[in-house]
Design a protein around this ligand. Structure first.
Ligand SMILES: Cc1cc2nc3c(=O)[nH]c(=O)nc-3n(C[C@H](O)[C@H](O)[C@H](O)COP(=O)(O)O)c2cc1C
Length: 218
């Protein structure tokens, strides 16, 4: 179900956007980091470098994944951090047929629909730094992630986003996260192209090291 260039076929036709790397409605060139962050520049809520030592903070990985790409990055992140991992699970599973789920997600986004999820995360209140992973769905986080964000309290926490995608990178995600979690600090995150996920483990390690989340690169 992977699509290297999500918007290359019917989606591009649907939105009249013949592009790779531009999500529907996404800001152009604004707040869209490259695939990887430059070490030492990855931290800082408003794009500012941070002197905070995150290595000793309580961390948690929270993610949603439909086809396994984001799960792979989430599991690798949790493994390297040595922290717990929580999966956001929709109460009603999404269809597995690609075109069907793509259309359903577009419809849900157009209606600003919030799918029910099986549970919130009871470990969230204790976490200081939350790694939040989602596939890019129509230019932003998947709708179950929106449900989770709206029903959880991220005040005072640090959010570190990561996203797998078919060409849009973060799209509108970062602006949306700031809107959903206005009292959280957001660090720059990591985007991984769907096709690159199987080879992304070293990139994940460099990303965490650049943020000061792990002390040394193995
Ligand atoms: C409903 C749906 C919407 C998607 N929308 C986008 C998009 O707007 N931009 C993009 O680059 N990729 C998009 N994709 C591709 C996914 O982001 C990509 O395949 C991702 O790695 C899937 O992650 P997962 O395996 O964790 O579900 C979409 C895929 C689906 C199923």
């Amino acid at each position: 179900m992977k699509r290297r260039h999500f918007l290359s076929s019917f989606a591009a036709a649907a939105i009249g956007c013949p592009l790779i790397g531009c999500a529907p409605g996404s800001p152009k060139g604004d707040d869209q980091p490259s695939e990887t962050n430059t070490p030492g520049q990855a931290a800082g809520g408003a794009g500012e470098q941070s002197a905070v030592d995150y290595s000793q903070k309580k961390k948690l990985v929270i993610y949603f994944s439909l086809t396994g790409n984001t799960r792979h990055v989430a599991e690798q992140t949790a493994k390297l951090l040595g922290t717990e991992i929580f999966e956001i699970v929709p109460t009603v599973p999404y269809p597995t047929e690609y075109d069907v789920v793509v259309k359903q997600a577009k419809d849900e986004q157009d209606r600003d629909f919030r799918p029910e999820i099986v549970s919130l995360c009871d470990r969230l209140p204790d976490a200081e730094v939350v790694f939040l992973g989602s596939p890019c769905w129509w230019g932003t986080v998947a709708m179950p992630v929106m449900t989770f964000l709206e029903r959880s309290d991220f005040a005072g926490k640090v959010i570190v986003p990561f996203m797998t995608h078919g060409g849009s990178k973060f799209g509108r995600t970062l602006a949306d996260l700031d809107r959903f979690c206005p009292k959280a600090t957001r660090l720059k995150g990591l985007t991984v192209l769907a096709d690159d996920v199987p080879q992304s483990d070293p990139e994940v390690q460099r990303w965490l090291a650049s943020l000061g989340m792990i002390t040394a690169e193995a």
